[in-house]
Design a protein around this ligand. Structure first.
Ligand SMILES: [Zn+2]
Length: 486
């Protein structure tokens, strides 16, 4: 343990920093930020494409939702800590200094209605400060120890857990119930090669992630925060890790060791999806992503290869039909406890009317705005070997993902390739073509799609309707499409 006074952590405080100087980038990117509003009261900001937040950093940006705002913290190239915040996901305050210096990434946790920010000082000692309103912070307090990179913090079961990678590359932990008195550092276990630890609470369990010395990702879980499972491998080779819980699902992010792409490992009910590339716009990143749930979306921040901080949010889909009380999910995602799709269609949905025959010819509406990139409407067969989809439309979104709508009626496509369709637009008539047990629409989001009708991995789609601000529909649930408050 190095015994270094707090003064070295604070050092000199000025406001002439690289993060502040880079705000000119905001105006160049302003057009990419799209706010979608309906005629009602709710406003959902959606940032579909990677957008420049302004500022440069050598480390991982940190995002945390607190006190009705999304707070972003970042370590400038001058090692000072900066922050900005937004209340709508679209308009951010300018960068201001939090105070203090950092030699590595940051961590945050909300515990007992207070926001805690943790930082590894330039003296390699771990510090934290806390706030009751997200604006005014108490002074930095040393947690001691000697850490050479990452730190993670999470509140679970009434206890604040702080994980840190020690100078010996092992993971250590301190805990506190009141956020003031902490236990001493104890060895948590594991030997990490640089990425992690990351920690997140998901479905009543605490998950801790870290990479091993082989760069593969491992995790432990605990139901009480005291007794943990053995390390389990999730494979892959990543250089950075971040985890967040969104709409009841765990999203783990890693930066590919070879290609600097952002990969995601998704989990719900202990169904692990497997790593897939969720970076359709090809942003090259060299440091971990930071992610947080805010305003019915998951916000992902990353350090681009040029040092700029970029971000985007998950889109919110509307149900692709109208008529409350008529519709349900007959086959859900692969992790649906009811009838589910096979693993090559992980996040596919089959939407049908309860009275399935009545669905024939029903309006199919665009679940999200985009450009029609492919279609087929001349099939009049069931099944149509080998065309399991029957007639279909493919619509590409601003972020490069593609929605497919399948089993459409003969000549039931109402749009042309190249058309731009808005959310809610009537695009097709429901049918029963292809491998279909009754009139329904198979809806699925793919990471990418090619003109040869070859599609990339299936990715999760989160919807809103009259009863849910954000969720993944499940089999047998009643759907209320017309009241969706986008
Ligand atoms: Zn299906």
């Amino acid at each position: 343990m190095k015994n270094i006074t707090r003064s070295s952590f604070f050092a000199v405080f000025t406001l002439t920093a690289s993060l502040v100087a880079c705000t000119h980038s905001d105006s160049e990117q302003a057009d990419d930020v799209q706010a979608e509003e309906d005629s009602g009261s709710a406003t959902q900001a959606i940032v579909e494409t990677w957008t420049n937040l302004g500022g440069t950093t050598n480390h991982s940006p940190l995002a945390v939702a607190f006190n009705n705002k999304l707070h972003v913290f970042s370590v400038g190239t001058d090692s000072r800590i900066y922050r900005k915040s937004t209340s709508d996901g679209e308009s951010y305050s300018t960068w201001s200094e939090l105070g203090g210096f950092a030699s590595a990434g940051l961590a945050a946790a909300v515990h007992q209605s207070k926001l805690y920010v943790f930082s590894v000082g330039t003296d390699n000692v771990l510090y934290y400060r806390k706030s009751t309103n997200g604006v005014d912070f108490d002074g930095w307090v040393s947690l001691g120890g000697w850490t050479n990179t990452a730190v993670a913090a999470v509140s679970f079961n009434g206890t604040l857990h702080v994980f840190s990678k020690g100078g010996d590359n092992k993971i250590y932990r301190r805990t506190s119930t009141d956020g003031v008195s902490f236990t001493g550092w104890t060895l948590f276990g594991g030997v990490t090669n640089g990425a992690g630890p990351a920690a997140v609470v998901q479905q009543g369990k605490l998950y801790v992630f870290a990479t091993g010395t082989n760069n593969a990702v491992y995790f432990q879980s605990s139901s009480d925060g005291v007794t943990f499972s053995a390390w389990q491998s999730l494979g892959a080779s990543v250089t950075a890790l971040s985890a967040t819980s969104f709409a009841g699902d765990l999203h783990l992010f890693g930066i590919g060791n070879g290609d600097s792409e952002i990969y995601t490992h998704y989990m719900h009910d202990n169904y692990w999806r497997g790593w897939y590339d969720t970076n359709p716009q090809g942003v090259q990143t060299t440091k971990a992503v930071g992610a947080a749930s805010f305003l019915n979306a998951m916000w992902v921040f990353a350090r681009r290869s040029d040092g700029q901080i970029v971000y985007h949010s998950t889109p919110l889909y509307r149900l692709p039909f109208a008529g409350n009380g008529l519709w349900t999910v007959v086959n859900g995602n692969y992790d649906d406890p009811g009838d589910s799709h096979p693993e090559n269609q992980y996040f596919g949905f089959d939407f049908a009317q309860y009275d399935q025959d009545a669905g024939l010819g029903a309006d199919i509406l665009a679940a999200r705005a985009g450009t029609v990139v492919g279609l087929r409407e001349d099939y009049n067969c069931n099944p149509c070997s080998p065309a399991n989809s029957g007639n279909w439309i493919a619509i590409e979104h601003a972020d490069g993902t593609v929605a497919t709508y399948s089993h459409i009626k003969l000549n039931g496509v109402l749009v042309n390739v190249g058309d731009y369709v808005v959310q809610g637009q009537h695009i097709a008539e429901m049918g029963n073509t292809g491998n279909s047990g009754g009139p329904h629409v198979h809806f699925e989001i793919h990471e990418w799609w090619s003109a040869e009708n070859v599609s990339g991995p299936s990715v999760p789609a989160y919807f809103c309707d009259g009863l849910h601000s954000v969720w993944r529909p499940r089999t047998s649930q009643a759907l209320t499409p017309t009241a969706c408050s986008l």
